[in-house]
Design a protein around this ligand. Sequence first.
Ligand SMILES: Nc1ncnc2c1ncn2[C@@H]1O[C@H](COP(=O)(O)OP(=O)(O)O)[C@@H](O)[C@H]1O
Ligand SMILES: CC(=O)OP(=O)(O)O
Ligand SMILES: [Mg+2]
Length: 416
Amino acid sequence: MSQTKLILSVNAGSSSIKLSVYSASHCATPVSLVKSSVSGLTSPPATFSYSNNANKGHKVEDQESGDVTDQSSALELFLRHLGQDESLKEHGTGEIELVVHRVVHGGLFREAAVLSEETIKEIEDLTDLAPLHNAAALALVKLATQQLPKAINIAYFDTTFHTRSIPPHVYTYPLDPEMVQRKKIRKYGFHGISYLFVLKEAAEFLQKPPEVTSLISLHLGSGASAVAIKNGKSIDTTMGLTPLEGLPGATRSGSIDPSLVFHYTSEGSSLARSSTKELHISIAEEILNKRAGWYSMVGTTDFGKVVKGMNGGDEKMKLAFDLFVDRIVGYVGNYFVKLGGDVDALTFSGGIGEKSEELRKAVVDKVACLGFKLDTPASAKIGGVVTRLGPKVLVIKTDEEYEMALECAQDKRFWE
Ligand SMILES: Nc1ncnc2c1ncn2[C@@H]1O[C@H](COP(=O)(O)OP(=O)(O)O)[C@@H](O)[C@H]1O
Ligand SMILES: CC(=O)OP(=O)(O)O
Ligand SMILES: [Mg+2]
């Protein structure tokens, strides 16, 4: 029997940070001890929750945390609460030994990477290609290294699930091959940790091995994307070189006519004021990443408020909702064709996918011509990890933190 270790999973999204602690041993299923999150980072004040599964464990429910303004201050708050959580001392050495970080852009890394000076440098070089994510993730790595000095830090990448299998004619952009090669310009794809979790859960639910399971999966959160999974492998996804391509999001435009940039502002290529030493962001990139999406259309990053406003008769909110549905169903149609109609399920995940019955109903109604339908009321309670809403429609509560801990428990590099 191998030793038990405490793993801390750190999932820095664009509007939230999700943190979980697991007790794990090599090749065993990690046991969840603590779940915590800070949400609403783009619509302050942020909300902090902490819950230990043990009866006597530490608990904080939806506490407004005005002084938490970014992912790093969120991790500091979490670590203060973790320090007060006596029950963790009963597991393993009582100290966090492995910290697994979700790093959104992993370029061509083919597997998880132990964070060293060299791998951190490689990730730093990708920072400008995930302007809302990579710099924040690296700041968290630095903080975790300072505050948990004995732990090994490991990066799990959103990109690997896609870069392992998307074929060249899909990942190549029609541009000068010399420049493409030199600048490593290609579709990378993101949300891959979430899609791997969704694939495994959908396959188990459908009682099929993942290797023969085909899905159209939607990850709809602050950042939104879709993927076509053929026999367990990503064959296309909507995000590209950066997480900006494809579907619109809370503050992101998604795909637009590239010429629009030059019409929008004559200073598009100048550096934005928010550029830092670590992150170079042009004015155009700032507008399309941080000042677009439903935030720009209706002034909120919370899609729940978009739905509420629409239901209350607000026409602008309805436009934002309809536009999102339109772009989603366009990709569902596209991927249905790419999968030759061989689709085991259409799955919904992410904050919006898991919580908005209106959005799910609108999407499924529009793709009814492809054979998808709801036979369970759209208002059905979403319980457990997988909820079936129709013959080929599933809601899957994604868990990137668990997926990273599971992969870590299975990787012999961390247990020798
Ligand atoms: N009840 C709800 N209805 C619709 N959308 C919701 C609801 N609750 C939360 N959301 C949306 O989910 C988003 C967060 O999704 P999540 O996947 O957790 O975020 P992130 O992209 O930061 O990882 C929020 O920004 C909000 O737009
Ligand atoms: C890649 C991405 O957009 O991630 P998130 O939705 O967590 O911000
Ligand atoms: Mg997320």
